[in-house]
Design a protein around this ligand. Structure first.
Ligand code: HEC
Length: 452
């Protein structure tokens, strides 16, 4: 019985080698980009009715600024900008497209990494769209609007870390000291940068900071670690090896991550490789974009008392019938397995992962295996493939004997069954939990609870 957790993990690993499943490895940490992160700047849009200007300033202009950021194709900062033709559909004006996208359930605006609009905010924007985008009435001044103040910028970036970064993984060109030249055609480009691990065996990370260089085109990034040999310095399309595991990620609104004083995140050894996957969204077709975005890391000289790493949850048993709606794939990690833990685990974050057919995601803990007392760990009601992020947890514990249920919901509009696989058109259902201490696992083998 003691070996069950490990042997199931190994079984899964070998079962998955054939079909390209990312098998479990052992690293990971939170990005602090929770839903609820506001990306507004507080810049009031000129000539726009005050109520609408306030909403745009708080909820949209962080990306849709005068110089748009993070892949947003156009500004939403003035009456003229709202009445311009939309980049994706020149016959539709921006304000009309706004009226559609705030109701779009698969690709909502603001994106799923931001707090959804409140019903009042939706109603105000709907009224503005229905009135065909009126200008601000003459004489109205928005100065007194309560939310019109400029918000302090978040303290993000290496200069705001409490430590001096020891390592960076940054986008680069064919030579590692030149930035990556972002193609004008990179309207939806996942680009991967490969690095041989610079870390000594047993090294731990104590803090991470995003480095965002050309913020006009960087949509989000994810850092993975793999034991599969790669070419150091390679730049190209992302062919994720089957054991690539999430380490860190950033999406707009994301902040620095500083580990608790007694916790370090395992970084693997010198034989590992790191893959920095950057999603570029250059819809505007900019021809002058070069980018050296990525991540700065503080690695500890001496290991900290508690080592953190990743526990894989989910299921590779995925077959979504043609034309299915609300198809659910469920995996329950049972008390039989969690009972092998030598003590409780602190859960620092979740990183849910599905592909494009995913619509909803949930992981819940059943204390002592009691499903009637289910506690939601993370729930995503509107999954958006292009807006994946990490969800930090505070004060969440996994005890020996608990069950952990993960459910992925899919719609398959196509005429063929869609199954598990690593290609974007295949599907996945994983949650990478960053947990500590790793010493409470019964063995040093890969940590996974993926049963089928
Ligand atoms: C976190 C950054 C971010 C925030 C915040 C954001 N957007 Fe966007 N927006 C984008 C990106 C990236 C795109 C391009 C990708 C896409 O269409 O999904 C986009 C596209 C759009 C489009 C479609 C443009 C086209 O050419 O079709 C509209 C309309 C839009 N956003 C409106 C809004 C509104 C309204 C808000 C606020 C309520 C908002 N957005 C908040 C990033 C953001």
């Amino acid at each position: 019985m003691r070996l069950a957790l490990v042997s199931i993990a190994l079984l899964l690993t070998s079962a998955c080698d054939g079909d390209g499943d990312p098998g479990p490895t052992d690293s990971g940490v939170p990005t602090d980009a929770p839903p609820g992160t506001d990306t507004g700047t507080g810049v009031v849009a000129g000539d726009v009715p005050c109520e609408v200007a306030d909403i745009l300033a708080d909820r949209c202009n962080g990306c849709h600024a005068d110089t748009p950021r993070y892949g947003a194709p156009m500004p939403l900062t003035s009456h003229a900008a709202l009445h311009a033709a939309t980049v994706s559909d020149l016959s539709t004006s921006v304000y009309e497209m706004m009226g559609r996208r705030i109701h779009d359930t698969s690709q909502p605006m603001p994106p799923t990494t931001s707090t959804p609009l409140s019903p009042d905010e939706v109603a105000a924007l709907d009224a503005y769209v229905a009135a065909m985008g009126p200008a601000r009435p003459a004489g109205d001044s928005c100065e007194a609007a309560p939310d019109a103040g400029v918000m302090p910028p978040p303290q993000v970036g290496p200069e705001h870390l409490p430590c001096t970064p020891t390592h960076t993984f940054l986008a680069h060109g064919p030579s590692t000291d030149a930035p990556f030249e972002v193609p004008a055609t990179a309207s939806n480009l996942y680009q991967c940068f490969t690095f041989r691990s610079p870390f000594a065996a047993g090294a731990q990370a104590t803090a991470f900071a995003p480095v965002i260089d050309d913020e006009r085109v960087v949509h989000h990034w994810i850092l993975y670690r793999t034991e599969t040999p790669q070419t150091d310095g390679a730049v190209g399309p992302c062919n994720m090896p089957n054991d690539a595991a999430f380490v860190m990620g950033w999406a707009p609104g994301g902040t620095n991550t500083v580990m608790p004083a007694d916790v370090g995140l395992e970084l693997g050894g010198p034989d590992d490789y790191y893959l920095l996957q950057i999603h570029y969204w250059n819809v505007a077709g900019l021809t002058d974009s070069t980018d050296a975005s990525g991540v700065a890391i503080c690695a500890a000289d001496t290991p900290r008392e508690n080592e953190a790493g990743v526990l894989w949850l989910g299921s590779p048993r995925i077959d979504i019938p043609a034309r299915a709606t609300d198809h659910v794939v469920e995996n329950v990690c049972p008390p039989l397995l969690t009972n092998q833990l030598l003590g409780p685990l602190t859960v620092m974050s979740s990183f849910p992962h599905m592909h494009q057919l995913g619509t909803k995601f949930i992981t819940e803990i059943h204390p002592s295996g009691d499903a009637s007392r289910a506690e939601t760990l993370v729930e995503i009601e509107r999954w958006d493939f292009n807006n994946q992020t990490s969800y930090p947890h505070v004060g969440r514990t996994l005890n020996p004997g608990d069950a952990i249920a993960t459910r992925c919901t899919y719609d398959n509009p196509s005429d063929t069954t869609v199954s598990f696989g690593e290609r974007t058109e295949d599907e996945m259902c994983f949650n990478f939990l960053t947990v500590y201490p790793l010493s409470n696992f019964p063995s040093a083998e890969r940590r996974a609870c993926l049963i089928f």
